[in-house]
Structures are given as structure tokens and as C-alpha cells.
Design a protein around this ligand. Structure first.
Ligand code: PLP
Length: 440
């Protein structure tokens, strides 16, 4: 009997070893990690340089409380992350995960607004669907009903605008008008809520699990930035999934000129070696908070030296191995191969993504964009079949009246052409088996 419990009662195989893009369970079965866990293990498993850096740090110290000591590891990682962030975002606050990073961003924004005499601004607008974390503050800005409904009434459900899912609305994502159309929804929502009450807009630069690798339409992010400036609200980029090279640039935000005021990272920065996250904020914002008496927030494990040493080694691997470039190269091939599968499998209704954050969506009718029947549980069944075949992918079913089963294909950034062949073969076989099941 296991004493563990997570989302359900299902018991999973016991993990034994993991190397590169592969993982083995206790029975010796091999899996290709086609989702990097939950889009986490960006540099692959058991990287010797990261393990060596961790060992070295462990020999020196594994804990120093942030109110007692700085550590070399946290100082160095903060400096590297500031250098890799947009100009002016130089203040780094370490945490242990994505939800904590989002909470930290919401709280620093709130203290900033108070510090500059705009304490009436407290609402945070976000998108539907979206995912920003599981703690109650992060959940309030999350637009994903399966994870928020069980906790309603929420402490405060924050206002949402639709995510720019041009493919569902029959709009051309490469048309500037499309980007402006969706961005305008933010201005309209701010007006509706009362501009004096709105503090920030939080956005995943490229959608993660909730939208299935949704790339915004041309001009969207730039117009969002302008609207935030026009109304004097902060723009928070949730880079928990898009950061650390996942989309082919170090940050998802690097694909556009729209510079956020605050960004949050986690997942790929610890790459599964350690729990690590960071909130990186604009200098002038943090200085205002510090001048007004300090940031009234923190976590016991913030800036943990072992976590930071691992994070620093992860960033070094991303840079020295050219993993952003590899994510772009393999990501382009992956998208092309997924489009190839779309020719063969009618149920693939859309293929999208950037770098190695890619997804395809299953539909009953590609032209009408109708979802598959809910009772088929396609999103779960396809993943289960692939898992049986030794391929791990990640899926979600979006709800809230907008339905779609999407499968995320997000292998580590070290993925080779041979690994890619294996992923496509596994997906092809899984979709063929699933089609047979529903036909029979
Ligand atoms: N933000 C985004 C975009 C995410 O994808 C996630 C996790 O999936 C989170 C926040 C929350 O991160 P964590 O699960 O580490 O708390």
C-alpha cells in the first residue's frame, strides 16, 4: 500500500533511472520523456555537469537562511538571470516553484502600487483559459475551471479576457488586425472593471498546458504592452513554462519587443534537478517597494544554495550546448512532422507551438472546429496508449464551454533527430490505435 496521494487513486510505475531524454522504471521498461515531465527537464536528465555542480555545492553548504546570509550561488544565478532578462529587469527574488513565483509577482505589484500612491489598484486581469499555479492567489488569476471550481467560492476570482485562440474563431493569426482585436479585449475589460482598480495583466507569452502551446497572433503582445502603458497597469509575463530556452529563445518574451515589468520563471530553470523559481522585476518598481519599507514577503527556502548552484549549472548548459538553437531547429522539424501526422489522422484539428513547446488538438471536425465527444476522454486515452508504448506526452482537456483535447509534445531541448523520429512513430501508432478503438 502506498501512503502517497496526488490527483487520483491511480498508481504509477516506480521510477528507477533517467538519462538524457530517457527514463526507466523498476521493471526495466524504457520511456522517451516527450513532455520533459511537465515541461520541466529542459536540459534532459542526469546531466553530469549539473550533478557535479550540485555535489560541489553540497560539500560547501546546503542551506543558509536568506536573512542571515547571501550565497555565492544565489548571487551568481541572480546576475546571470538579470543579464538574460529584458533591459531594466535586474532584481531577482528566488522561490521554489512556479506558483510561489506568481504569488511573489502579484504581491510585489501590490506593494508597488501602494508605494506610488495608487493603492486603489488591486485587480489582476488574466486570460481564459490560462494557468498560473495552484496556490489560492495564483489560482484566482488562473482561467482553468477544472482546477478552480472545486475551491469556489474563490477568495476572489479575478477578471479574465479570452485567450487569443484565432484558430477557433476562424481568424488569421498572421493578420495584424487579429492581434489588435484580441488585445483590445484587455482595454475593454479594464474600462469595464474601472481603470483605477486594475493593477496588472498577467500573461503566458506562449500558452502552456491550458491553451496547448498557443502562440499569440502577430502584434498582440506589442499592443498588450501599449494598453498596459496607456492605463498605467503592470504587465507580468508568466514564463514558468516558456522560460529557460523552451521556445527557442531564453525567454518566451524575447520573441517580441513587448517588455514585461515583472517576469516569473520556474520549471526549466531547475530543469527537474531542484525545486527552483524566480521572480524578476524592474529596478524602479523594486526600488519603490524597498524605499517604502521593504517587500513584506518571503519563503524559508528562497535562494537555497543547492538549488541556485544547480540553476546556475542548468543555465550554463543551456548556453554552452546552444540549446535554444537546438530547440528552434528540432522544434521546426517537430511542427512539420506534426503537420504530416495531420494529413494522415483526420482527428488532428490544429497543430501549433514555438521551439519545443508544441501541441496538437484533436477535433471531431477540423473545419467546424467541433470537439470530440467528452465521453471518449481522448486527451487521456491517447496519452495512456502512448505511455504503454513507452512515449510520455502531456495532455489537457480545456473546459469552460470551450472544448478541445490537446496533446503537448515538449521533449527536452537536447532532443536529437533520432529522438524526434521515435516521438513521431510513437504518436502515429498511438493515434492509429485510438482511432481503431473508437471505430470499433
Ligand atoms: N505558471 C505556469 C505558466 C505554469 O505552467 C505552471 C505549472 O504548470 C505554474 C505557473 C505553476 O508552477 P508550479 O506547479 O511549479 O507551482
Amino acid at each position: 500500500m502506498s501512503h502517497l496521494f496526488y490527483q487520483g487513486r491511480g498508481r504509477k510505475p516506480v521510477l528507477d533511472q533517467a538519462r538524457g531524454v530517457y527514463m526507466w522504471d523498476k521493471d526495466g521498461k524504457r520511456y522517451l520523456d516527450g513532455s520533459s515531465g511537465a515541461m520541466v527537464c529542459n536540459i534532459g536528465h542526469s546531466n553530469p555537469n549539473v550533478l557535479a555542480a550540485m555535489r560541489q555545492q553540497m560539500e560547501k553548504s546546503t542551506f543558509g537562511y536568506r536573512l542571515h546570509f547571501e550565497t555565492e550561488a544565489s548571487e551568481k544565478l541572480a546576475a546571470r538571470l538579470a543579464a538574460l532578462s529584458p533591459k531594466g529587469l535586474n532584481k531577482v527574488f528566488f522561490v521554489s516553484g512556479g506558483s510561489e513565483a506568481v504569488e511573489s509577482a502579484l504581491k510585489v505589484a501590490r506593494q508597488y502600487m501602494k508605494a506610488v500612491g495608487q493603492g486603489s489598484r488591486w485587480k489582476v486581469i488574466s486570460r481564459q483559459p490560462s494557468y498560473h499555479g495552484s496556490t489560492l492567489g495564483a489560482l484566482a488569476v488562473t482561467g482553468y475551471e477544472p482546477l478552480s471550481a472545486p475551491f469556489e467560492p474563490m477568495m476572489r476570482q479575478m477578471p479574465k479576457i479570452p485567450a487569443p485562440r484565432a484558430y477557433l474563431d476562424g481568424l488569421n493569426p498572421n493578420d495584424l488586425e487579429t492581434g489588435r482585436y484580441y488585445a483590445h479585449m484587455l482595454a475593454a475589460k479594464i474600462d469595464e472593471e474601472g481603470p483605477e482598480s486594475v493593477m496588472a495583466f498577467i500573461v503566458e507569452p506562449i500558452g502552456g498546458a491550458s491553451t496547448g502551446a498557443l502562440v499569440p497572433p502577430v502584434g498582440y503582445m506589442e499592443r498588450i504592452r501599449e494598453i498596459c502603458d496607456e492605463y498605467g497597469i503592470l504587465m507580468i509575463a508568466d514564463e514558468v513554462m516558456t522560460g529557460a530556452g523552451r521556445t527557442g529563445r531564453f525567454l518566451g518574451s524575447d520573441h517580441w519587443s513587448a517588455r514585461p515589468d515583472i517576469l516569473v520563471m520556474s520549471k526549466g530553470i531547475g530543469s527537474g534537478y531542484v525545486p527552483l523559481g524566480a521572480m524578476i522585476a524592474d529596478d524602479h518598481l523594486v526600488e519603490a517597494v524597498l524605499d517604502a519599507g521593504g517587500f513584506a514577503h518571503g519563503y524559508t527556502y528562497a535562494g537555497n544554495p543547492l538549488a541556485c548552484a544547480a540553476g546556475l549549472a542548468v543555465v550554463e548548459e543551456i548556453e554552452s550546448q546552444g540549446l535554444c538553437a537546438n530547440a528552434t531547429r528540432i522544434g521546426e522539424k517537430l511542427l512539420a512532422r506534426l503537420h504530416g501526422l495531420m494529413q494522415k489522422h483526420d482527428m488532428i484539428g490544429d497543430v501549433r507551438g514555438k521551439g519545443l513547446l508544441t501541441a496538437f488538438e484533436l477535433m471531431a471536425d477540423r473545419d467546424k472546429k467541433t470537439p470530440l465527444p467528452k465521453e471518449w476522454n481522448a486527451y487521456q486515452r491517447v496519452v495512456d496508449i502512448a505511455y504503454e508504448k513507452g512515449l510520455i506526452v502531456y495532455s489537457r482537456r480545456t473546459r469552460d464551454g470551450i472544448e478541445g483535447d490537446h496533446i503537448l509534445v515538449c521533449p527536452p531541448l537536447i532532443t536529437s533527430d533520432t529522438n524526434l523520429d521515435e516521438i513521431i512513430e510513437g504518436l502515429d501508432a498511438s493515434l492509429t490505435q485510438f482511432s481503431g478503438e473508437i471505430a470499433g
